[in-house]
Ligand binder design. Structure first.
Ligand code: M6R
Length: 610
């Protein structure tokens, strides 16, 4: 949520800042700006995506070797040039960029206004530059002034400030919003996301909450805590595949990421799954293996798509590993006073590893003595670092705001976690081997479903008039119904609801008519016949039905309007296949509605505010 980048070094700052913003654009795209210090602070900003800023920069690129840049996802104040960052103070000698929310901004703004400050934006962030103006006037040292500023802020922030009287210096602070420092030779970088500066740095330092830093070319960063203790932090070398951050030959990141799914499922399994024995190993869980044997309850916390992966996990883990599981929306978890003890493990599922709600849930669980675990995609992210142990999903960078390949790898990891827990509990070896061997076949089966794209595009064409849709499924398919509905509404802006098919008759059926299609996910599983009855109930009310079912299921053809046939698999693994047509359908529908599926309206990747 909001991308920030800063550079100070020996080269021109603007090209780094602009290239960095392009890579950060998935974090917000309603406006953007850069500020460069070269005797004076020059700021260029534009409303809209980064390409709008780029057009303005062609005419007027600020020179200088120290600068900051920001791409915004609006919280306070409409998307506009005036609300775009960087924000200045009254004198124009200070510029700041901010990711997060300053919760006490109204009180601060009122007080600053009374003291004569003139605000130019509606944002919460602008109080930072004006406060810094005051603390600098009252203090001899800029570092102390920065510290005094931070002492007055409540809320979440990643801040980078630039001050005219200190050329070449960037003042950085983190509280609740990710900040990573990077270096190569004499050049110094700061960014909200390590991957955006991956090409330019040799190693990185992750700042933790409450830490501040001062960056200058050629020097080690000065880092201190909010208790004013100077600290030195470890540099981390990370091997990044920067090619994953480009669209390659695909029209959209979302399409590329869907097409990568066979490969990333293989990556998730590599070196972990031993199919012949029906077991899974996780290096990241070894240290807590003994403690995991004592766990009698697992709570999964996550948001959005990751939450639906957790719902699939609940079915898998209870059914085959016999471990009691609850899945909680991370945004609710810590406010509902959950009962937790030492025998509870709390598992966060998150692509970014930075989602504020999920992080808060994990922190709450920790304070109550739970073992905390993570299924995380981004290495080195805050949740990966703050959980006691975990599993990386190895999906690579996911840039499309609509999560696809991350979801599939989360479900793959959960399937292996089921084997991991199950073999320590009551899962029979023969059943475990059956599951593991089927899991090995999943990448090829996903590949064959991806080839159905032309058929699914034709279906999207046929139904492009629809304004509402139900996604329905039972047991393992219920979470896929929720996820399919989320995908469709997120990127095509068509109203869609996901329901357990059995729930329809308890209310939602009232909406069904010939203009209200249902996508029913009904592989031939334990509840297939029951789902057929639900289809009959819809058809009796003239509702169009698209069924997603197994190849070879010809009986269903005459019961529904359209069928997508996909390969069969073990019931527990079927969500890994049934999710794929729903992703493709949402993608094609988004294009038909004239939207950019990579940049859904009002949304951003990495939701780092509560
Ligand atoms: O990074 P996370 O997995 O923690 O993100 C959680 C949700 O914000 C995310 O899955 C969101 O629902 C997706 N954009 C949906 O496609």
């Amino acid at each position: 949520m909001c991308g920030i980048i800063g550079y100070t070094g020996t080269q021109e700052a603007s090209p780094f800042l602009l290239a960095g913003l392009k890579r950060l654009e998935y974090r917000g795209y309603d406006s953007a700006g850069i500020g460069v210090l070269n005797k004076e602070i020059n700021i260029v900003r534009a409303q809209g995506p980064i390409c709008e800023l780029e057009k303005t920069l062609v005419k007027n690129t600020p020179d200088g070797s120290c600068g900051i840049a920001h791409t915004r996802w609006a919280t306070h104040g409409v998307p506009s040039e005036a609300n775009a960052h960087p924000h200045r103070d009254c004198s124009g000698d200070i510029a700041i960029i901010h990711n997060g929310i300053i919760e006490n901004h109204l009180v601060l703004r009122r007080a600053l206004t009374l003291r004569g400050h003139v605000f130019k934006s509606q944002t919460d962030s602008e109080v930072i530059s004006h406060l810094l103006e005051e603390t600098i006037a009252d203090t001899d040292s800029l570092q102390d002034a920065f510290e005094q500023l931070l002492g007055q802020l409540t809320g979440a922030y990643g801040i980078v400030a630039m001050i005219k009287s200190s050329p070449g210096t960037l003042f950085v602070a983190r509280m609740g919003s990710p900040i990573v420092l990077g270096r190569r030779d004499g050049d110094r970088f700061v960014c909200s996301d390590a991957t955006a500066m991956a090409d330019w740095v040799d190693d990185v330092i992750y700042l933790d909450d409450g830490e501040r830093a001062l960056l200058q070319p050629n020097n080690e960063p000065i880092i201190w805590t909010k208790e004013s203790e100077n600290i030195s932090k470890q540099h981390h070398t990370i091997s990044w595949d920067t090619s994953v951050a480009s669209k390659k030959r695909y029209a959209h990141f979302m399409l590329k990421e869907m097409m990568e799914q066979p490969k990333v499922v293989e990556d998730t399994m590599r070196g972990r799954l031993i199919a012949q024995k029906g077991i899974a190993h996780f290096g990241g869980l070894e240290d807590v293996r003994e403690r995991l044997r004592e766990i009698d309850r697992l709570i999964i916390v996550a948001c959005g798509t990751a939450y639906y992966a957790g719902c699939v996990g609940e079915y898998m883990l209870e059914h085959y590993a016999g471990i009691p599981v609850e899945v909680e929306l991370a945004s609710e978890f810590r406010y509902r006073h959950p009962v937790i003890n030492r025998h509870t493990a709390v598992l966060a599922i998150t692509q970014s590893g930075e989602t504020a709600d999920t992080l808060a849930a994990i922190r709450e669980a920790k304070t109550q003595g739970a073992l905390t675990l993570g299924i995380v995609n981004v290495p080195g992210s805050t949740i990966a670092r703050e959980t006691d142990a975990g599993i990386y999903t190895r999906a690579g960078s996911e840039i499309g705001v609509a999560s696809t390949k991350a979801f599939i790898t989360q479900v793959t990891a959960l399937a292996m976690l089921t084997l991991f827990f199950g073999r320590d509990r009551n899962l029979e070896e023969t059943e475990a081997i059956k599951i593991a061997k089927e899991l090995e076949l999943i990448p090829d089966k996903i590949e064959s479903i991806l080839k159905l794209r032309p058929q699914i595009k034709a279906l999207a064409d046929k139904y492009q008039w629809m304004q509402n849709a139900f996604f329905l499924g039972r047991t393992y398919q219920a979470p896929i119904a929720y996820e399919g509905a989320l995908k469709l509404k997120e990127i095509s802006l068509i109203h869609a609801e996901g329901y357990s098919a059995g729930e329809l008759k308890h209310g939602p059926l009232a909406l069904i008519d010939e203009r209200f299609p249902s996508i029913v996910i009904c592989p031939r599983d334990e509840v297939y016949e029951k789902t057929l009855s639900n289809i009959a109930e819809i058809k009796a009310r003239k509702g169009p039905v698209i069924a997603i079912t197994d190849i070879g299921n010809t009986d269903i053809v005459e019961l529904v309007d359209d069928v997508i046939h996909i390969p069969s698999t073990h019931e527990m693994l079927s969500p890994l296949l049934t999710a794929i047509p729903t992703q493709l359908f949402a993608y094609e529908m988004s294009l038909l509605q004239g939207y950019d599926p990579d940049k859904p309206r009002n949304l951003a990747k990495s939701v780092t505010v509560e």
